[in-house]
Write a protein that binds this ligand. Structure first.
Ligand code: SIN
Length: 310
């Protein structure tokens, strides 16, 4: 079965050999996972969030396992764009699979500068614009919670990176995700990935303190899959650009459910922490799962959801 997918953007398409990507912040810069599978077997991978200058992130503890999931408050720790472009990207198999840079900034102007820096990198197939990180005070989910700000970031990145496919990653921590999706589509996004993490909290009862140093963090993993499916379904009905589903995807059947909800591709996130070969296994098992569920093609599956309001 042909699993190749083209995310048809408004300005640039993104061709993937299959619909399975890995989610930013869960797969390092790719090479860390090379011992567990063939990187080139993936549709692509989204590297850990990159900012213009290095960031230390939030104080520890900043990761915690929860029921069927995980809370993180990393705070976008990274070595900055220059280090990524000169030291990390040249080592990645970008000729063989799509390497996507997840990018974060604290202002619209900084997003534009970062996009301009990344636009010149031949090894990047696309930029994923993070307007949805719940773990940083400045910017973060705020950009993604305000339709006008989300549009301003998208249009600044679109202008500053004319050669790249622009994917915008949305936050579920909003009243109406379809509204935000429409605003980034109008501002020039080529595709939308959703969802980033849900804002959560855990407590240490004995110490009578929050379990994370940052007090709150982003919840991910199978616990959030129903929320992610709902968001993908709402967004896919609201926009014409492709949607990439993220949130609790661990198995090939999960991936097919997201495609049925309207996604054109998926990202595996917390599953990579559960089993480092999770995304590789998912790719391997996809044809088998398609056969088992009578899926003739991914396009046919995406158009086939039967529900009272569809
Ligand atoms: C983080 O580094 O805090 C996580 C990134 C994100 O949720 O966007």
């Amino acid at each position: 079965m042909n699993l190749a997918v083209v995310l048809r953007g408004q300005t640039h398409d993104l061709a993937l050999k299959n619909p399975v990507l890995t989610a930013s912040g869960t797969f390092g810069y790719g090479l860390e996972y090379a011992p567990y599978g063939e990187l080139k077997s993936l549709g692509g991978f989204v590297v850990k969030g990159i900012s213009l200058t290095p960031r230390d992130g939030n104080p520890c503890p900043r990761v915690l396992e929860t029921a069927s999931g995980m809370l993180n408050s990393i705070g976008l720790q990274n070595d900055g764009a220059e280090d990524f472009c000169t030291r990390k990207l040249p080592l990645l198999p970008w000729r063989e699979t799509a390497v996507i840079a997840n990018m974060y900034a604290c202002s619209v102007e900084e997003f534009a500068r970062l996009a301009g820096r990344l636009d010149g990198e031949e090894g990047l197939a696309a930029l994923e614009v993070n307007v949805s990180c719940p773990n940083v005070e400045q910017g973060g989910a705020l950009f993604g919670q305000d339709a006008r700000l989300a549009a301003a970031v998208t249009s600044a990145v679109r202008k500053a990176a004319p050669s790249k496919h622009i994917m915008v990653k949305l936050s579920p921590n909003v009243a109406d995700i379809a509204l935000i999706a429409k605003s980034v589509e109008e501002a020039g996004a080529d595709s939308i990935s959703c969802i980033n993490t849900l804002l959560g909290m855990a407590l240490d009862l004995r110490a009578r303190r929050p379990a994370l140093a940052n007090v709150v963090g982003g919840l991910s993993g199978p616990a959030i899959k129903p929320v992610a499916l709902r968001c993908v379904w709402q967004v896919a009905r609201a926009v014409r650009i492709p949607v990439v589903g993220v949130g609790g995807i661990v198995t090939a059947v999960d991936a097919l459910e997201f495609i049925l909800a309207g996604a054109s591709a998926v990202q595996v996130g917390t599953g990579n922490f559960m089993r480092p070969d999770c995304a590789f296994r998912l790719v391997e098992r996809l044809p088998e799962a398609c056969a088992e569920y009578g899926v003739a093609s991914l396009d046919e599956l995406r158009a086939s959801l039967c529900c009272p309001t569809c």
